[in-house]
Design a protein around this ligand. Structure first.
Ligand code: NDP
Ligand code: MG
Length: 385
């Protein structure tokens, strides 16, 4: 039995983690969970999973739940401190970090210090401070297991292989909601259209990131940290079916790929069972004969400037990925709120990056300061529009 603490339990990845646990009650138990504002789902989780610790974002929700469940012996907590308490919960063997945004950074570092293994979906944490997370993980000797489907695919393709034999990683990209449109056709697109992803059902922010291709950019940086490879050895390939989740090419020209129906429960479960595997009856098996064809195309960096920004930010390093990520978080949220246009997202990110003077090896306090000042800058730019 593996005891799990789950950050972001009410989100897309959080719900699918709950589904994996539901399917394997003999193998997994959620002992601690955190949510944002979705209190109705927290109530359902409390009744179903009987967690020992529950954290919510707002004090008022905390007060409400505490009085409702006063007889259950649950510890309630809230806010940023609640996220940390959930991340380090003493009875958990593994933390599933499925919160969204760089708000996940501090809890991740604290969980590492507490010796927890981490299944990480929260890519923004690795983008904003990959060096801090990887150094801390190495020092503490914990396992950092990828949940993102591309990184899980690479991780699976690397089993039994040695890093020195890797020629390059090939991260596949579906192309997002607007893959069949030209840049000119992106001018007037609506939030609703952007949220309509062809292959994956995900949270709102990552669906926008997929449409701008920033998601792939974040994944390139995530791969750089997780697999300790330079950007020159990380490529992106358009693959519209999302069946090959990513690949590794070796020096002898051999390529290992991991395939499957697009279903996040598979990489979530693998991160929890590694190096073992469990059945996942509720997932669709791949039927290649029925699929017939898979398509691939080169990535066009002019069509998708956000991917170019990510390579640039990654190669510059230091605080530049922090700036890119923070600017993207605010810009994507502003688009979802109807405050900027779709193409305005990339303009805001580019402005924030151009405005920034890089600090080469930032500590946590510097990362947090740069994250905050970038958010303020982009908020101001949004207001001025
Ligand atoms: P969602 O937006 O669906 O969920 C985010 C979760 O975090 C929710 O539980 C939300 O709470 C909670 N949350 C948000 N802000 C805060 C905050 N300030 N404090 C506490 N809790 C907060 O996101 P996804 O599940 O789509 O994505 C989660 C992470 O996984 C992201 O980093 C994403 O890039 C990554 N990822 C997601 C994939 C997917 O298929 N969705 C695929 C691969 C990676 P509430 O809803 O209760 O307000
Ligand atoms: Mg992904």
């Amino acid at each position: 039995m593996k005891y799990i603490s789950l950050l972001g339990a009410t989100g897309s990845i959080g719900k699918q983690t709950a589904a994996v646990v539901r399917e394997h009650p003999q193998d997994f138990k959620i002992v601690a969970l955190s949510a944002g504002r979705n209190i109705d789902l927290v109530r359902e989780y409390i009744l179903e999973f009987k967690p020992e610790l529950v954290s919510v974002q707002e004090k008022s929700d905390y007060d409400q739940l505490k009085s409702e469940f006063s007889k259950e012996g649950i510890t309630f907590t809230y806010g940023d401190e609640g996220l940390v308490e959930t991340a380090v919960y003493h009875r958990a063997d593994v933390l599933v970090n499925a919160v969204i945004g760089s708000v996940g950074l501090f809890p991740t570092l604290e969980a590492i210090k507490a010796g927890k293994d981490i299944a990480i979906a929260n890519k923004e944490t690795l983008v904003t401070a990959g060096h801090l997370v990887m150094d801390a993980a190495k020092q503490a000797g914990i396992s950092l297991l990828p949940v993102d489907s591309e990184h899980s695919a690479i991780f699976q393709a690397l089993q039994g292989e040695q890093e020195k034999n890797i020629e390059r990683l090939i991260i596949t990209a579906s192309g997002g909601s607007f893959r069949d449109r030209t840049r000119e056709q992106l001018a007037g697109v609506t939030v609703e259209e952007a949220l309509n992803h062809p292959n994956w059902s995900m949270g709102a922010k990552i669906t926008i990131d997929s449409a701008t291709m920033m998601n792939k950019g974040l994944e390139v940086i995530e791969a750089h940290w997780l697999f300790d490879l330079p950007y020159e050895q990380i490529d992106v390939l358009l693959h519209k079916e999302s069946i090959i989740h990513s690949m590794v090419e070796f020096h002898d020209s051999s390529v290992m790929a991991q395939l499957g129906s697009p279903d996040m429960r598979v990489p979530i479960q693998y991160a929890l069972t590694y190096p073992d595997r469990l059945p996942l009856a509720s997932s669709n098996r791949l039927n290649l004969a029925k699929l017939g064809l898979l398509h691939f195309a080169e990535m066009d960096f002019d069509r998708y400037p956000c991917l170019r920004f990510a390579y640039e930010a990654g190669k510059i390093g230091g605080t530049m990925p922090t700036v890119m990520n923070a600017a993207n978080e605010v810009a994507a949220a502003a688009f979802l709120d109807g405050k900027v246009t779709f193409l305005g997202i990339e303009t805001l990110i580019e402005k924030a990056m151009n405005h920034h003077t890089v600090i080469a090896v930032p500590d946590l306090a510097t990362i947090q300061e740069v994250d905050e000042s970038t958010r303020q800058l982009v908020h101001t730019l949004v207001k001025e529009r």
